[in-house]
Design a protein around this ligand. Sequence first.
Ligand SMILES: [Mg+2]
Length: 286
Amino acid sequence: MKMSIPEVTISQLIASYDALALDAFGVLVDESGAGEESRRLINHLNRIHKPYWIVTNGSSREPAQMAAYYQRLGLAVPPGRVITSGCLLMDYFKEQSLQGTRVACLGTTGSRNMVEQAGGRLVDPLKEGSFDVLVVSNQTEYPFLETIDAVISAIIRQRDDGKVVRLVLTNPDLIYPKGKAAFGITSGAIALLIEQVLAVRYPGSRDNLFVRLGKPFAPIFKMLCSVAQTRNIVMIGDQIDTDIQGARSYGLDAVLYTRGVTKIDTLSFAGEPRPNFLLNSLWDGE
Ligand SMILES: [Mg+2]
């Protein structure tokens, strides 16, 4: 069935679209770093001044830190070309008038910095028993069980007093590869856990649910279109349920990169969102 989706080359994509959106992990980089094709592609896009953005769900590092990380891997990516799910907090806090609210953030120093840049006032859930917003960004840099218990207790205490805590999830990913045949959970899995626990106490309440900002949800694609100032963008990703589904639902074209995590042979494209094209290589130049 794979044959029913046409193959495309990177040169054809560059020629056909105003801008490229590139997934990071599984496309440009993997556990072993960035390959030669990725380096050539980024150098080429920079040289011809082709608009492109790296669109990634990671929200442990700020865009400048992400760019520095890509640069260490040999990818000449300027910070302005990085859109992370953490960047979306800025718009979300503005739209929802959450600036100045008290925010507990589960995540790294970088995650907390992005909450502060969005206008949130950080509180430590291990020290303070109440907050207005919970932002779940990352699974590292806090004592896990202790913090989850404190956060859930604070939410339930406040809900029982009639106050709803706003729940925001930057990175909806559930799992990530940690090396060969090893995996780790990420913030999406933590949000699911909290939602399920709250559902035990408040069955059926919509207040149990997180607002999700990263792929496949609309906010990250909305930001991409707004930064790129066009909708003639193609998303190049390696995961059907984040990159392809997200872009297609938002009305953008999407290309499945066949050398990432999705096992192409197992796809029927019957039930899944269909990519417009398949891409087998990031570089077809000399
Ligand atoms: Mg990926």
